[in-house]
Design a protein around this ligand. Sequence first.
Ligand code: SF4
Ligand code: MG
Length: 304
Amino acid sequence: MAKQQRNKPTTGQPMKPTAASKRTAEDFETSIFPTWCPGCGDWSIWGAIKQSLANLGLNPHEMCVVYGIGCSGNMCSFVNAYGFHALHGRALPAAVGIKLANHDLPVLVVNGDGDNYGEGMGHWIHTMRGNHNLTHIVHDNLIYGLTTGQTSPTSEQGYKSKTTPKGVIEQQTNPIALALESGATFIGRGFAGDHQHLQQLVTAAMQHKGYAFIDVFQPCVTFNKVQTYDWYRERLYKLEDRGHDTSDRTAAWQRAHEWEDELPIGIFYQEQRAVFHEEIEHLGTPLVKTELKPDIAPLLKEFV
Ligand code: SF4
Ligand code: MG
């Protein structure tokens, strides 16, 4: 991989796009062609991520993407960057660890609604509380896709699947409201069927200093026959078209609870707050800048 100049972010500072970035979306592709179903929303999210990374002038060897388990996590094989494919629900603690070890490394997290709001819910809440400087994109298709269409935490009440043949009993998880309540400092929602808008949202999230979260409505064309592209298009509107003030918590809270007839996309809320790794700088240098002189002789003896 050829090294090129990039607009390198300083520790904890938001990235600024370079006007003369030589990067293209193709620089972030691998030789492996995605295996997603034709028409799946994952394709659009993949494209938005690649284009945003290129627009920001990042180099593939100078950033890390952490993935959860699910159809979204298969993106680990399709994005040219350092990648870490975590255990189910454990993408965020891995990403937090990477960021604490190397504060200068841009870290992106990609997982799905089952992985993040199911297995990983506890980790998600604590990552938001800490305002760790990460960008987090959740592919939200309102079901478990990879395991063939079971109900997930964001499935609507009454939704029928092979795990809830008589309909979901539990209340539907509201990711936007939860993020607002838990301390996320950038909260957005995108739609895989509006690629241009989604790409702008991803770029804005990556430029945010602190924990930036985007829930993406990602139609699963194979298993979710209710929340289709048309279902979303009949309901979606853009917050920016209605003059939404992204610094207004109360307005964001109200918009977060719109579901029945209208579904907002765009940036719900954004604020600046000290990020976690800046709060612990007095404890010493991060791991990547620490000179390690381990005595490995005793360890090697064990294998002789
Ligand atoms: Fe996409 Fe659904 Fe196919 Fe998975 S099963 S690749 S989420 S359409
Ligand atoms: Mg899912």
